[in-house]
Design a protein around this ligand. Structure first.
Ligand code: ATP
Length: 292
């Protein structure tokens, strides 16, 4: 794929998609083109980031701490201003419409909602009350909202069991499910999910990613997942983008990224030759320079 600076970054094609619905093939649901983001007027954090989420896709946005994943999601859902950040270059379109200048509530009505890192449930409300707050932008009446609540409980049986518990007293996994469920209550086409696995036990992470795939398959919801757990995200995504220092350094089909030597070595800690020698370290640095 051509970059803002004219270089070409490797795009990997895969054989079979690990996750996501068969893609529609039309214009992307979300298109981020060459954006730059600056915090506090001077701190340049994103440098020419471009990515697409196709209708029905599950796209993983990968990268280490501080790579710029959260900033990318904030730029898409117009939440940068509260952080004294600004998109200074490039364009973001959701369903063919420019995101710039729209309020976050307006974007939710249009079908794009973000689930922030750290889950952010209202601890003093019950699980069900939390879920209902997600329907506040809807104007289609109580019966439709009740119907969606039931559909949602069918995907999250744990939430049904805990519906009258205060969210603050539920487990981390239940709170993450509640945060995703609340987003679903707005009937989104695209959910931007920031670090859904953070702080959860491996079994609960798997459960959450399985639910993400189920929502994608059965309700047609597309996802952009910012995730540090590369292996987990790529096993459930259809496509992935790797961010480093605010740039996309690699993208491709999820299965191709999972099989890629650099991804295996840098992000999965699975170099082919087992334990790394100093000579390997030099080659790591050379390849790292190439990626940057
Ligand atoms: P993490 O997984 O740790 O959240 P990330 O990939 O999501 O990492 P960001 O949170 O987007 O990365 O941060 C990217 C860079 O922007 C980091 O260097 C961070 O210090 C900086 N940054 C983030 N928020 C702000 C802010 N409000 N003001 C100034 N700099 C910020």
């Amino acid at each position: 794929m051509a970059q803002a600076d004219g270089s070409v970054r490797p795009a990997l094609t895969g054989t079979a998609d690990a996750g996501g619905l068969p893609l529609a093939g039309g214009p992307p649901l979300l298109s981020v083109s060459n954006i730059e983001v600056v915090y506090d007027r001077v701190v340049l954090v994103l440098r020419g980031v471009s990515l697409d989420v196709e209708q029905g896709g599950i796209v993983a946005l990968l990268g280490a701490n501080g790579a710029g994943k959260t900033t990318t999601l904030r730029a898409i859902s117009n939440l940068l201003e509260a952080e004294r950040g600004r998109v200074t270059k490039g364009r973001i379109e959701f369903r063919g419409e420019a995101v710039a200048g729209r309020s976050t509530a307006d974007l939710v009505r249009l079908g794009c909602i973000q689930v922030m890192e750290g889950r952010h449930c209202f601890g003093h409300l019950t699980i069900e009350e939390n879920l209902l707050t997600g329907a506040y932008t809807r104007r289609d009446g109580r019966a439709a909202i009740r119907g969606d609540l039931e559909r949602m409980y069918a995907c999250f049986p744990r939430l049904r069991a805990r519906r009258s518990s205060l969210a603050g007293y539920t487990s981390g996994g239940e709170q993450q499910m509640c945060a995703i469920g609340r987003a679903l209550m707005s009937r989104p086409q695209l959910i931007l999910l920031d670090e859904p696995s953070m702080g959860l036990a491996p079994q609960v992470m798997e459960e959450i990613f399985e639910i993400i795939r189920q929502l994608n398959r059965e309700q047609g919801v597309s996802f952009l997942l910012a995730e540090q757990n590369t292996a987990l995200a790529l096993r459930h995504a259809s496509h992935g983008y790797v961010l480093e220092n605010g740039r996309v350094v690699m993208d491709g089909a999820a299965d191709a990224l999972l099989a890629n030597d650099d991804v295996r070595q840098f992000y999965l800690g699975m170099g082919d030759g087992g334990r790394q020698s100093f000579r390997d370290l030099k080659s790591y640095k050379r390849r790292k320079r190439w990626l940057a």
